[in-house]
Design a protein around this ligand. Structure first.
Ligand code: GTP
Ligand code: MG
Length: 641
């Protein structure tokens, strides 16, 4: 039978018997530190586990109740499936009972149960009274209606009932997602003699294998997983929802610390800016725009400036959208819950959920940004992907993995669904980029208008050079300057437009379909003149400059007309400044053919003589004939082919 893993976090006021209860259930006292033992309080997170029957392994993350160590509690509570709220029957609800409970609510924890500890110290009336007070506290929350079990760690009364409730609740826990790239927030890092760096944490999503690489955020380093332990047992793999210890190679333990996050290499980006939905607790003072607070997410802790996006201040009990600017970057993804706490006095203010982990910097919401956040907050997977896609002209699928936390294959499945609805294009094999259809259509329109504009200002040009056209598409559309579309996207747009009959592509030249070069009567006359000048010159060709200057059109236009003649092959450029009329070259071929009947060997001198050309023209012309395979060089002579 496969063993299911659940992780229970304790919560509750100092001295209410959390650690004693964990010990009573697991046989392990979770306090590890010398100081904890001496002072009789928990300072940092403690871990212990036990098997409930053959198929359920229960791991505990035991947290400190002391108000000064709430930050340690926050580092532990992130990865739990279920909270065990501990309330001492002789003291009832106290400040950290309340605060820990609020934290669990803000973090979106779904399941939990309540233990009334030290039941041996009070009578049953008192137990009932405390139960009522606890019910008051949790009314309207995820813990409303949760089991309340009186227990005693001393007499062990109630422990079986508690285990029964844990088993029942475990059935209702949605298993953590193993179909996403893994993430492991580090809660401890230390050196183990003979092994090197070891980190521990709850694997919150995905799965990890021994001998694979991890990236350490925000350190920006990579390391190798040399060994994995799950619940103190060596293993080749760990899956989401397990307490995990990793032996890492390629990194020193002193470089590692609580708050860092392990993830697959090269997939994610650290971020110091988060757009989020933020909720303020009812019991605190209004939160001002630009307030600075402590920010806690998973095991990470840093300082955040809160930029309220749709309100000037956030009132107690209310929810608003905000951009958090973090002092230290970390790996955070949409859907991650976080807690904010005030500086002094140090109390929990509220919390929220990340909507966009890589947002633009903004301090108020423009319509577009507001729409994006709306969809990211409430949309389904396809809607969210589409909304993200609309932020880009085009984007690599992996860049969207970094903004969703989805596995690439899952992302592409959603993309293909959108593709069949004609919402996006998937280009390249393997898929190299995605582009939203709206954006692509806009780009196509822009391409046509750039091309029209080009034809208007360059009536003598056959069309626009592809690369120039692509470059112009990046010049921006009145708003921000954007990069030109990638060749892949550009060519795809061009192909579509060609198919639709809007443009014609000839080699490197693009023109509007049916667009002819349009010559004015004056230009047509100049074209005649230029052609004629070369024609009558025969082999004694003039320089292009002379010919162009003799026409009545200006130099630039004359230059273009010359280009047209060259393109139409009326004129042929034999060398840099050596242009012949096609009829002269035809005549030359004829002469050579005739000469061949006498002798196929031709010296430069003979060639000069019978064409009447000077050496300056004869050599390049012969070279041209070689290239055209009319002649072939042989020593100093030519063979007529
Ligand atoms: N009589 C009685 N004493 C208990 C029981 N559970 C705990 N205690 C005592 O209460 C004191 C505090 O217990 P802990 O388990 O350390 O309390 P805690 O909630 O872990 O405290 P922090 O971790 O510091 O927040 C200890 O002296 C325990 O022996 C119980 O069920 N009955
Ligand atoms: Mg304790």
């Amino acid at each position: 039978m496969p063993i299911r893993n659940i992780i229970i976090g304790t919560a509750g006021h100092i001295d209410h018997g959390k650690s004693a209860l964990v010990e009573a259930l697991t046989g392990t006292h979770p306090d590890r530190l010398e100081e904890e033992k001496r002072r009789g309080i928990t300072i940092d997170l403690g871990f212990a586990h036990f098997d409930l029957g053959e198929d359920l392994r229960v791991a505990f993350v035991d947290v400190p109740g002391h108000e000064r160590f709430v930050k340690n509690m926050l580092a532990g509570v992130g990865g739990i499936d279920l909270v065990l709220l501990v309330v001492a029957a002789d003291e009832s609800v106290k400040p950290q009972t309340r605060e820990h409970f609020q934290v669990c609510t803000l973090l979106g924890i779904q399941q939990g149960l309540i233990a009334l500890t030290k039941a041996d110290l009070v009578d049953s009336d008192m137990v009932e009274l405390v139960a009522l007070e606890v019910q008051d506290l949790v009314r309207g929350s995820f813990l409303e209606g949760a089991p309340i079990v009186p227990v005693s760690a001393r007499t062990r009364d109630g422990l079986d009932a508690l285990k029964d409730e844990i088993r029942k609740l475990s059935e209702r826990i949605a298993s953590r997602r193993t179909d996403r790239p893994f993430r492991l927030p580090i809660d401890r890092a230390f050196v183990m003699t003979g092994f090197g760096a070891v980190v521990t944490g709850t694997l919150i999503e995905g799965r990890i294998q021994r001998d694979t690489e991890v990236e350490i955020f925000p350190l920006g380093r990579r390391a190798r997983i040399r060994g994995i332990e799950v619940h103190n047992q060596s293993s080749t793999e760990a899956v989401a929802g397990q307490r995990t210890a990793l032996n890492l190679g390629g990194v020193e333990a002193r470089e590692l610390a609580r708050g860092m996050m392990l993830a697959p290499p090269g997939l994610f980006q650290p971020t110091a800016r988060l757009d989020c939905s933020l909720q303020l607790l009812p019991s605190v003072r209004p939160l001002k725009n630009r307030a600075r607070v402590h920010f806690h997410c998973w095991t990470a802790e840093t300082i955040a400036e809160i930029v309220l996006l749709d309100a000037k201040e956030l009132r107690p009990g209310e929810r608003a959208r905000a951009q958090l600017r973090l002092t230290e970057a970390g790996l955070f993804l949409p859907g991650d819950h976080f807690i904010i706490r005030q500086f002094s006095p140090l109390v929990t203010l509220g919390g929220g959920v990340v909507l966009d982990n890589l947002p633009e910097k903004h301090s108020a919401l423009e319509a577009g940004a507001a729409r994006l956040l709306d969809v990211l907050e409430r949309g389904d997977a396809a809607q969210r992907l589409e909304a993200l896609l609309q932020q880009y002209e085009e984007v690599a699928p992996l860049a969207l993995v970094a903004r969703t936390g989805w596995e690439l294959s899952a992302l592409m499945a959603v993309a293909r669904q959108l593709e069949t609805q004609k919402r996006l294009l998937i280009l390249g094999t393997p898929p190299a980029l995605l582009a939203h259809t709206d954006r692509v259509n806009r780009l196509a329109q822009r391409l046509l208008s750039v091309l029209d504009q080009f034809h208007r200002s360059e009536p003598l040009a056959p069309g626009m050079n592809k690369e120039d056209l692509r470059g112009q598409l990046g010049a921006g559309d009145g708003r921000a300057r954007t990069a030109p579309p990638s060749p892949v996207l550009f060519n795809s747009i061009l192909e579509t437009l060609e198919r639709q009959g809007a443009v014609e592509v000839q080699g490197e030249i693009v023109r509007r379909r049916g667009r002819e070069i349009q010559l004015s009567p004056e230009e047509a006359r100049a074209k005649e003149e230029i052609s004629h000048a070369f024609e009558i010159a025969g082999f004694a060709v003039p320089s292009a400059r002379e010919v162009l200057e003799a026409t009545r059109v200006d130099r630039t236009r004359a230059e273009k007309i010359l280009q047209i003649l060259l393109r139409e092959k009326v004129l042929v450029r034999v060398a840099e400044d050596l242009i012949f009329h096609a009829s002269s070259l035809a005549k030359l071929r004829e002469l050579l053919a005739r000469r061949k009947t006498a002798s196929s060997l031709l010296s430069v001198a003979a060639f000069k003589e019978f064409t009447g050309l000077s050496r300056k023209y004869a050599i390049p012309l012969l070279e041209y004939l070689d290239r055209e395979r009319v002649t072939r060089r042989q020593g100093d002579d030519r063979v007529i082919l």
